[in-house]
Design a protein around this ligand. Structure first.
Ligand SMILES: *Cc1c(COP(=O)(O)O)cnc(C)c1O
Length: 396
């Protein structure tokens, strides 16, 4: 058996997305900015995709701009909003549990002279609106808070956080990275939200396409300069097949949202309960209650996350430790440290993320596999002995 448990890293292309893309990869390859019929057809497909995606997100198509993915959308939003603030507003506020696309963008801007505040979160990974309110300054340009965390699945009270910002100072722009949320749960794009990022490959669409929602009236300067595509917002030859795939995938997810949510949640709960009861010295990370339906994340005492992932691979389970992007580094994830875990405990992290297509049998197989893999890791660990961790730091 092989069970894919890494949908937070990427998802398989859904059938509706694949089918919607094919014509634009084969005969309909015209450049959507040219003027002959073939190109006009591509342009129509692009605009149809924009309308469909916008209608799924319940926003106007005029406010949706295609990008090359979530990373670009996040960079555009944060850098653009920082630039828009001018000399008077240079301060940037983010949470401590942002995706690297926002975190590293803020760090880059800090080097360029922007003051940056990184807000602490609770043990569940939640940002308190009062903490946010207190961090705002007269020179704050932009606040960026992740909608749903990619590592621990925690859902932020985004509407409330955006409200707190706007109540304090209507001129501060509010951005949210909704890459993990879009398609999976209802994403409430309230009037307080100025900017919102999505990425197709996290909801059954193709890689290399995403979108940034920009509220009407926000004159975000472009990140990429060139031919003035996307109404001057984002230059670069339009990815028509990608846009068609993004829209079809989002439509498929939106139409089936309730049933997919229920199925995913049932599997996810089976997984969490099964793992916590089968494996001693295991702990769920992130909020149990305010959580993405497909997210299960843990720490295990006296286990090294990377080894665990490799063990699981040999057993037929694709999983991740922390986020895929940070797997190359030895530092524990900034998200796990932000929720208060020690370096030692954070090193034993495992993330299992699933979609609606997973079955009970598959979940039972995954539980058994994680149990076996954890036992194998502990069997080789100098930190484990006599059925318990030898050093209890962080576990008492
Ligand atoms: C995957 C992801 C991104 C990056 O999106 P890409 O399309 O892979 O560039 C940004 N934010 C979050 C929360 C993500 O999960």
């Amino acid at each position: 058996m092989f069970v894919y448990c890494d949908t937070a890293a990427t998802t398989p292309l859904s059938k509706p997305a694949f089918e919607a893309m094919l014509p634009w990869l084969q005969t309909g390859y015209g450049n959507a900015s040219s003027i002959y019929k073939m190109a006009r057809d591509a342009r129509r497909a692009l605009e149809d995709a924009r309308r469909m995606a916008a209608s799924c997100l319940e926003v106007s198509h005029e406010n949706l701009y295609f990008t090359s993915g979530g990373t670009e959308a996040d960079n555009w939003a944060v850098k653009g909003a920082a630039e828009l603030g001018g000399e008077a507003r240079r301060h940037i506020v983010i949470s401590a549990v942002e995706h690297h696309a926002v975190l590293h963008t803020a760090e880059y801007l800090k080097k360029k002279g922007h003051p940056v505040t990184i807000l602490p979160v609770s043990g569940d990974g939640l940002l308190d609106p009062d903490t946010l309110r207190k961090a705002l300054r007269p020179d704050t340009a932009v606040v960026s808070v992740i909608y749903a965390n990619n590592e621990i699945g925690t859902l932020q009270p985004i509407a409330e956080l955006a409200r707190a910002v706007k109540e304090t100072d209507g001129k501060i722009l509010f951005h949210t990275d909704a890459v993990q949320a879009a398609g999976h749960i209802f994403v409430d794009i309230t009037p307080d939200i100025d900017l919102l990022s999505v990425a197709a490959h996290k909801f059954g669409g193709p890689k290399g396409i995403g979108a940034l929602y920009i509220r009407r009236g926000v004159k975000l300067p472009p990140l990429l300069h060139g031919g003035g595509h996307e109404r001057g917002g984002r230059s670069g030859t339009e990815n028509v097949a990608g846009a068609a795939g993004l829209a079809a995938a989002l439509k498929f997810m939106t139409e089936n949202r309730e049933s997919f949510y229920k199925k995913t949640l049932a599997s996810r709960d089976r997984l969490i309960d099964g793992i916590l009861s089968a494996i001693p010295y295991s702990r769920l990370t992130g909020s149990r209650e305010h959580r993405l339906p497909g997210s299960a994340s843990f720490v295990f005492a006296a286990v090294e996350g990377e080894s665990l992932v490799l063990q699981l691979d040999t057993l037929g389970v694709a999983a991740s430790s922390g986020s895929a992007c940070s797997s190359a580094s030895l530092d524990p994830s900034h998200v796990l440290l932000a929720i208060g875990l020690s370096h030692e405990v954070a090193h034993g992290s495992l993330r299992l993320t699933i979609d609606h297509a997973r079955t009970k049998d598959e979940m039972d197989f995954v539980i058994q596999s994680v149990k076996t893999a954890v036992e194998r890791c502990r069997g080789m660990s100098p930190l484990w002995g006599g059925g318990a961790p030898l050093r209890m730091s962080g576990w008492e």
